[in-house]
Design a protein around this ligand. Sequence first.
Ligand SMILES: C[S@@+](CC[C@H](N)C(=O)[O-])C[C@H]1O[C@@H](n2cnc3c(N)ncnc32)[C@H](O)[C@@H]1O
Length: 214
Amino acid sequence: MKKNDYYYFLAKKKGYVSRAAFKLIQINERFYVIKRGYVVLDLGASPGGWSQVSRELVGDAGRVIAVDLNPLRIKGVEFVRGDIFSDDVVNRIRARVNEVDVIISDMAPKISGVSSWDHARSMELAERAEEMARIFLKERGHMVVKVFQGDMLRGFVRKLKKEFELVKVHKPKASKPSSSETYIICKRYIKNEENGENVEGSDEGQKEEEEQQS
Ligand SMILES: C[S@@+](CC[C@H](N)C(=O)[O-])C[C@H]1O[C@@H](n2cnc3c(N)ncnc32)[C@H](O)[C@@H]1O
């Protein structure tokens, strides 16, 4: 967190461990992805701003399961430490939960400064989040995924549009304009009954203007 930053001070004041908390708050105010009672899988959760916000939104009837390479300690949040690419982490998530209402991924690679490289690494993480959706996301569940912008984004969005009824690319105000990060908001997962793979070709025509609905 940078010390001359409005959201840094706001995070301190409100007791959030990271300014990133406000990105999820703003995304949720606009897209209503997380609700009371939901089970949330938070990928790349450390230090825990998104987990805190999720915990507040789901309340005591819901659950938040956080995953990260780095440590995380947030009251009321279950934590699985490890690499999201490892089967062991998937099994440890599965030991806690069979399916979830929402997957949120703020995962980011270590920044190299070479934008094409950072974009490619961030796409790998985003695609892994999408694999987690195939394993854990409920039919009609939602997903929020961070990506660094670049030439592979468009193809990824196209793929997601076959898997979710509504897909929007959105950069919340709390995300610094200087950062190439943006978020893909995916609503209402379309799940094939057999294996969690998605059926092809949802109707894109009715997707627009639905952002404010649940
Ligand atoms: C921008 S931070 C997340 C901030 C967090 N959402 C918050 O609100 O405090 C990105 C996180 O992604 C995690 N990450 C990156 N690659 C990962 C991987 N392969 N498996 C698990 N976590 C990963 C990093 O360890 C880092 O903590």
